[in-house]
Design a binder for this molecule. Sequence first.
Ligand SMILES: C[S@@+](CC[C@H](N)C(=O)[O-])C[C@H]1O[C@@H](n2cnc3c(N)ncnc32)[C@H](O)[C@@H]1O
Length: 294
Amino acid sequence: MTAPLQQFGGNWTDEKLDRLRQYLAAYQQALKAGPFTRYYIDAFAGTGYNTPKSAPEDASPLLDDLVSQDTRKFVDGSARIALQTKPPFDRYIFVERDPDRFAELTRLRTDFPHLKERVHLVNDEANGYLTSLCKSCNWIAERRRAVVFLDPFGMQVTWRTIQAIAETQAIDLWLLFPLGIGVMRMLPNHGHIPPAWRRRLDGMFGEPDWYAAFYETQPTLFGGADSIAVKRADCTAISRYFVKRLKTAFPYVAGNPLPLMNSTNCPLYLLCFAAGNPKGGPIAKRIAEHILKP
Ligand SMILES: C[S@@+](CC[C@H](N)C(=O)[O-])C[C@H]1O[C@@H](n2cnc3c(N)ncnc32)[C@H](O)[C@@H]1O
C-alpha cells in the first residue's frame, strides 16, 4: 500500500488546527474595516489536508514513533482552514518544498475557485522564501499585515527567519516549536553534543547560550581541573528559554505557549505566538493567550 502524502498527528493536530482556526477568525474580524492588505502565509503548507492513519506501516518516514502511535481521521489541514476563514484574506501564500505534496496543494485553486486569484503557490524552501518576502518591502508603509503559520515537522525553522518576520513589525506569528520531537532529543544527559546538532540548535535558537542555560558544569569526583556537564533543563525550562528568545525579537509574545502532547502524554511541540506590530500587538497577544488556554 502506498503511504499517503501527508499523515501525522492525533489529538494534538486537532488542538493545533483548532487554535489556528480561532485566531484567523478573530484576526479577520478585528482587521476587516482597516486599510490593510491582509495576508495569510503558510510556509510549511503540506498538501492542504491530512489523511487517516490506520496501521503502523503507514507511518510517514519523516515522523518518529512518538507520533506514529497516534491515529486520526481525515481533516482539513491549515491551508484549507485558512481558505475557509470569513471574511477571506486578501492574499494567501502557501509554501511547500516537497514536489508531490506541492502537486496536491495546487488543487486548492480548483477547490476554492472564488479565491483562486488570491492564492499564490510556491514550491520552495520556507526559510529562504520567507526571509526574502519579509525584506522585499516596507510592510508598515505599504499597509500590509499578515498572519504567518510555521508548522514544520522538526527543526526546520531558523532564527534568521523568525527575526526577519519580527523586523517587518506587521506580522503575527504562530509557530510550532519542536520541543520533544527535536530539541529534547538533541540534548543528551552527558552534554556531549555532536557538532552538527550544535549547529542545528544554534540555528534554531539564534545564539549558542542555550548550552549554558541547559547544562551545568560540575567538577568530577576526582577533583582537579576536569569537569563534566550535567543536563539541567527539562521541557518546562526549554519552553521558558524559547519564549525568552522570542521576546528578544518580538515586543508581544504569548506567555502561555501550548504544549502539544502525544497519546502517551509526552510533549511533542510547543505552539507559540508572537506579534510585532506596535499598535495591534497588545490586543493580538491578549487574543492569542486566550486561545492558547488548555
Ligand atoms: C507538518 S507538515 C505541515 C502540515 C500543514 N500545516 C497542515 O496543517 O496540513 C510540514 C510540511 O512542511 C514541508 N517542509 C519541510 N521542510 C520544509 C522546508 N524547509 N521548506 C518548505 N516546506 C518544508 C513538508 O514537506 C511538510 O509537507
